[in-house]
Design a protein. Structure first.
Length: 495
């Protein structure tokens, strides 16, 4: 299985982490990682162990002896808010949102132009572009042509009816064939053979657009997949950035340090120099292969569909690599804290696009696109409906199926209070908006793939200007002096 990844490295365990191994050192020192030395099967058994661990709010896991593949498996490394904060080098992910908020000034132009301008200023102030290096740990071992064997990697079969082995945390690199603009994305990869992978590029993703241009030009699309990157780069691959913002610039901003990149050996792309494993190859124009089923984060199997095929011509890796993956399923799962970090980090930028929003929450059971709760300082009739429509026009928020709008005296993260408002403050003949629009590629409920019905619930106080003339009632709230009196005498009551 290779050497001991901890004792063979010199690490401070501090931030920023040079690579995945450094982060695992930090997790273990903090009591946030558990080694499993017993042999464990990456087919189903590993998934059941991880699912139970996540639901018990348990540690990151390092499976040292998988029964398939030639290297240890690191998983659940982002599975709690504490570990997500450690990955990003903060005590709480809200700190990064505050950093962004302090730099994004209100004089910026509203809309996407303002967001691009704001992000550009962030990069100039707090970050530097990635830097190239000629010598990379990720290229310590090199396999070409017939020597490429993806079976060396302990890919997972997570659920019984999955279509096979999947690699679930491969960071996919492509370039726009005409502009040369780089994209970094996170897509599941089904292993079809020892040297081919299914590329599950969803319709709304930037790599899909790159592939479409290459096909129109009749060109192969070069692709590089990095597995086991440092945690900030891994997070950046999931971030919903506008297409013209480089994910490695964003990673540099988060790390406060440049990301080292190396030229691939066989394709004209750059990848993180300290990735654990890199797969290099190309997608042939016009080629498709059946991909799936796959038990996704929706909690259901996504059906078999035809997707492009990556032909892996070169595989490189560190001397003693660690394989990184993630389990997907009905929440709660490891991607919950990742989504929460995105929500808190990008709130200042969303508020730049939609200034009406005071706060927002994406409930984990809503699996990212199904539900968004926003609070507003209501100022005029139908203000809530205006915000709903703004959300449905905002980049990937356009995929949201249900929007609940509450007044700004309601914490969107207090789901009991939100439910109280939504259940009690709504006349559904007046306060419900139903429309049609794009939905997530994985959405199984829409009657047509890619588009379907959406709803907005106005759970704010209603006003005469909106046609409500009964006089909105006052909420029952105890007087502050009684609250203080009871608090001061609480021990006397013996309760």
């Amino acid at each position: 299985m290779g050497g001991d990844w901890q004792t063979e490295r010199v690490s401070t365990g501090g931030f920023p982490y040079d690579d995945l191994g450094d982060f695992l050192v930090a997790l273990e020192r903090a009591g946030e990682l558990r080694r499993i030395s017993a042999p464990v099967d990456p087919t189903l058994e590993m998934s059941e162990i991880v699912t139970r661990t996540v639901r018990d709010h348990g540690p990151a896991l390092l499976f040292e002896t998988p029964t398939r593949g030639d290297m240890p498996v690191a998983i659940n490394i982002f599975g709690t808010e504490r570990r997500m904060a450690m990955a990003l080098g903060v005590d709480n992910v809200d700190e990064i949102g505050a950093r962004i908020g302090n730099l994004v000034k209100p004089e910026l132009i509203p809309g996407w132009a303002g967001i691009r301008d704001g992000l550009g200023k962030l990069m100039q102030l707090k970050s530097v572009p990635p830097k190239k290096t000629k010598h990379a740990p990720s290229q310590a071992r090199v396999y070409h042509g017939a020597d490429v064997d993806l079976n060396m990697l302990p890919g997972l079969q997570v659920w019984p009816d999955d279509g096979g082995v999947f690699h679930n945390f491969g960071l996919t690199h492509t370039k726009h064939p005409q502009t040369g603009k780089r994209n970094l994305g996170l897509y599941r990869l089904q292993q079809h053979s020892r040297n081919t992978l299914g590329m599950h590029w969803q319709i709304h993703k930037d790599s899909t657009a790159h592939h479409a241009v290459a096909e129109r030009l009749g060109q192969r699309l070069p692709v590089a997949v990095a597995i086991g990157c440092d945690p900030v780069v891994s997070y950046a691959a999931t971030a919903p950035l506008p297409g013209d913002i480089d994910e490695y610039m964003f990673a540099g901003f988060l790390r406060g340090q440049r990301v080292e990149m190396v030229e691939c050996l066989t394709v004209p792309l750059q990848v993180p120099a300290r990735a654990q494993i890199v797969l290099e190859g190309y997608v042939e124009p016009g080629e498709r292969h059946a991909e799936g089923p796959f038990g996704d984060h929706t909690g259901f199997y996504t059906p078999v569909e035809d997707f492009p095929v990556l032909h892996v011509e070169c595989m490189t890796m560190q001397r003693d690599p660690i394989y990184h993956s993630i389990i997907t399923s009905k929440p709660p799962q490891e991607d919950g804290p990742i989504g929460h970090a995105t929500e808190r980090m990008f709130l200042p930028l969303i508020k730049l696009l939609i200034p009406d929003i005071a706060d927002m929450a994406m409930p984990e059971p809503g699996v990212f696109h199904n539900c968004l709760i926003v609070s507003i300082n209501k100022r005029y009739p139908k203000h809530a409906q205006k915000v709903m429509n703004a959300v449905w026009g905002a980049h990937l928020l356009s995929l949201t199926k249900l929007i609940v709008v509450v007044d700004d005296d309601c914490d969107p993260h207090d789901y009991a209070e939100v439910a109280f408002r939504a259940f009690g403050n709504v006349d559904y003949s007046h306060d419900l908006v139903v429309t049609t629009g794009p939905v997530d590629h994985l959405d199984h409920a829409s009657y047509q793939q890619f588009w379907g019905g959406k709803a907005g619930i106005d759970a704010t106080r209603k006003t005469p200007a909106e046609g409500y003339h009964r006089g909105w009632p006052e909420a029952t709230v105890m007087s502050p002096d009684v609250v203080a009196k009871v608090s001061s005498r609480w021990q006397e009551y013996g309760l």
